[in-house]
Each structure stands twice: as structure tokens, then as C-alpha cells.
Design a protein. Structure first.
Length: 81
């Protein structure tokens, strides 16, 4: 899977998660949290794969981003946002 991702154009790998993230924020309740959850899982997967190669500051920033997105997913699922 990672080999297929690296063979794709870089702009496409960034554009698709951004589109799904935007869709997750704008989609109605049954679909919005699901789309946000997919983006959260994708970013978490990338974090796990890159963990040994990144320094402590990058780890902290990426972990915070994943946790904030997970919180947004939970809030979207609860109907708060």
C-alpha cells in the first residue's frame, strides 16, 4: 500500500485527504464522522510509519494533530460541530 502511495503524484496524496476532511466537516451526520475517521486513521497510520525516523518535536506536533482530529471526529459524531 505504501509503495502505491509513493508512486502517486504528491499533490494527489495531499488533495484526497484534504477533500475527504472537508467532506467530513460538511457532510450530514452519518457520513461526516465516518469521513473524518478515515482521515484520522490515515494520518495515524502515517505517524506510526514515520515514528522511528522523525525527531521528538515532529513526533509531538504530528501526535497533537492526530489527537485534535480524533477529538473533532468525536465532536462531529456527537453533533457538537
Amino acid at each position: 500500500m505504501l509503495t502505491r502511495l509513493t508512486s502517486l503524484p504528491r499533490w494527489l496524496v495531499g488533495l484526497v485527504p484534504a477533500a475527504v476532511l472537508l467532506g467530513g466537516l460538511l457532510a450530514p451526520l452519518p457520513w461526516g464522522p465516518l469521513m473524518l475517521g478515515l482521515v484520522t486513521l490515515f494520518l495515524f497510520w502515517l505517524l506510526v510509519l514515520s515514528w522511528p525516523r522523525i525527531d521528538g518535536r515532529s513526533r509531538a506536533i504530528r501526535t497533537i494533530v492526530v489527537l485534535l482530529l480524533a477529538a473533532a471526529t468525536a465532536a462531529r459524531g456527537a453533533g457538537v460541530i
